[in-house]
Design a protein around this ligand. Structure first.
Ligand code: AMP
Ligand code: ZN
Ligand code: FE
Ligand code: FE
Length: 276
């Protein structure tokens, strides 16, 4: 057993490729000490994996990646070590998913008006019945033969600002951080370098942010150094992971970030302290 961990992994319950069954097999092969499933806005992947674990498997940490809106930005906030059965937390995620489904229906309506004949049911088919995102809409558009490639569905119809695009109704930063804390977890800013989300750090720290994701495939060595410094300066926790999706070449392979187990120990201590 290694002392490396991976705290950022997606399943097909959000926009990853692998089912929980496939994913736990892949994780076992990497010989990690611990891992977290951080699907977007749902715990269903985590819950499915939780019951597949057997003796000798790496430790599974509760996780989720929340979509937060600030100043037109879609900011991702990771939550760890919360109570996965916390009622208010689960209810907030169910409400969020309902919003997501309504948004997908509105995009389908806009597409229909533009002559793209797809149905909401066709979009749902690709989404295992949970968190529906634009990738599922893009796949339905592509399957219907309305565009030659997945990317062109975004370029022509549902990319930011395109005619069939509908924005998400995300959590506010306060809602997300308070919700995570109520459920006994810690809130971590995901991949802060992507689209310069780090510029929101001061605001998030003021609202109670607990840490930042330092190790991520998108981060250069210089980024990692800079983020470690920032974490020190603001007394923030450090986390990291591969952001494995398994498709579209998105981010690293499971375990690729070689995140030290010590990061998790500090996260667990912080969460423990919050609950006392
Ligand atoms: P959503 O959270 O439903 O708005 O979907 C966001 C996801 O759509 C991103 O994580 C990407 O996977 C995908 N996406 C957004 N814009 C593009 C684009 N221009 N080309 C390809 N994929 C995109
Ligand atoms: Zn994702
Ligand atoms: Fe993200
Ligand atoms: Fe992610």
């Amino acid at each position: 057993m290694d002392n490396r961990i991976d705290l950022h992994i997606h399943t097909n319950f959000s926009d990853g490729l692998l089912s929980p069954e496939q994913l736990i097999e892949a994780v076992r092969q990497k010989k990690l000490a611990a891992f977290a499933i951080t699907d977007h806005d749902t715990l269903k992947g985590y819950q499915a994996i939780r019951v597949l674990l057997v003796e000798g498997d790496p430790k599974l940490v509760s996780g989720v990646e929340l979509s937060v809106s600030f100043d037109q930005d879609d900011v991702h906030v990771l939550a760890y070590c919360f109570d996965p059965d916390h009622e208010a937390f689960n209810q907030a995620l169910r409400d969020f998913q309902k919003n997501r489904n309504q948004r997908a229906r509105r995009m389908v309506e806009k597409l229909n008006d533009m002559g793209v004949q797809i149905t909401f049911e066709q979009v749902e088919e690709g989404a295992v019945g949970t968190v529906i995102g634009r990738p599922h809409v893009a796949e339905a558009i592509t399957r219907a033969g309305a565009v030659p490639t997945y990317e062109s569905a975004f370029a022509r119809y549902i990319g930011d600002g395109k005619p069939a695009y509908v924005p998400k109704a995300n959590f506010s930063p306060t809602e997300a951080i308070d919700l995570i804390h109520q459920a006994g977890g810690v809130a971590i800013l995901a991949h802060p370098i992507i689209e310069n989300r780090i510029r929101h750090l001061e605001m998030l720290v003021d609202l109670g942010l607990d840490g930042i994701e330092v190790f991520h495939p998108f981060h250069s060595r210089a980024d990692v150094d800079r983020l470690k410094h920032l974490a020190d300066r603001h007394r923030l926790l450090v986390s990291g992971g591969s952001d494995y999706h398994g498709r579209e070449g998105r981010f690293g392979d499971i375990g690729s970030q070689k995140v030290p187990l010590e990061c998790l120990e500090k996260i667990e201590t912080a969460a423990q302290r919050r609950r006392e």
